[in-house]
Write a protein that binds this ligand. Sequence first.
Ligand code: NAD
Length: 296
Amino acid sequence: MRIGFIGVGAMGKPMAQNLIKAAHDVYIYDINQAVVAELASRGGLTAATPKEAASRAEIVITMLPNAAIVEDTMTADNGILAGGNPGLTIVDMSSVAPRTSLKMAALAKQRGFQYADAPVSGGVAGADAGTLTIMVGAEPDTFRQIEPVLQILGKKIYHVGPVGSGDAIKVVNNLLLGVHMAAAAEALVLGAKAGLNPEVMLEIIKESSGRSYALEAKAANFIFKGNFTPGFAIDLQYKDLELAVETGKNLGVPLPVGNLAQQIFEMSRAKGLGREDISAVIKVWEELTGVQVRTG
Ligand code: NAD
């Protein structure tokens, strides 16, 4: 199949590589020319603009940082909507708000294109291994068309409902991740200040009711080692909390815990930690209390 792939960063690059390995013709566009050249040297094809990628493809996948960039990539003069042939299917796998996908899907429909939102969970490791969890909002026919391609990228593919519903569940999931990470950070600092050994704390919490993915994924591998290379960057988690807050406002749902978690990540951004892994949020509490939760 001919696939356009736009946005080959931490996530998009390994995803595009997996499509190339599966013998698809992948037309790649990114503003970062170096990564496009690297993928071209491994069997990828290049496109000079999103419009060109769309004009060559049956399916165009986008994996971009945020909604503003997704909208621009779709609607600009050199964008996807300007270049697609009739019957094109656009699959946005970026994390954006449901209303962004609803707006883009309506524009796509006017041009005779199908549209799906298909955000992912599983991080760079999951993108690399082709084991992402993918949450799809699409018409049933569109889902059937894109499912074989998504199966190359992920292990669990869910058709959640119509356009926007993939984004909705992703927003809910990442609201929980942000809240759990912020809570894990302050809890670990409390334990360290009380004199507990970090490894003992983790071992016991993992078998107790305070356990969470944030703690299990981020304590031993990141915090205890003092390794804060993303992973999943604080700036992206902050954006995902913004998506939750924005969606809550649109729907009239108060999210006091989510808003507070966003402010905690704002504190870490103010400290210049935006590009570090989400586990680096612990540095805010470590600095305030004068303890570090490290082993070795
Ligand atoms: P990233 O910043 O590493 O990559 C984004 C890529 O988009 C970069 O290569 C950048 O050059 C490119 N780009 C930016 N503006 C562009 C434009 N106008 N046209 C073309 N390319 C452009 O981000 P990422 O970590 O790969 O995340 C991508 C999306 O996936 C985000 O929406 C993020 O929230 C989501 N996500 C990330 C993770 C993760 O663990 N990193 C996990 C799940 C979901």
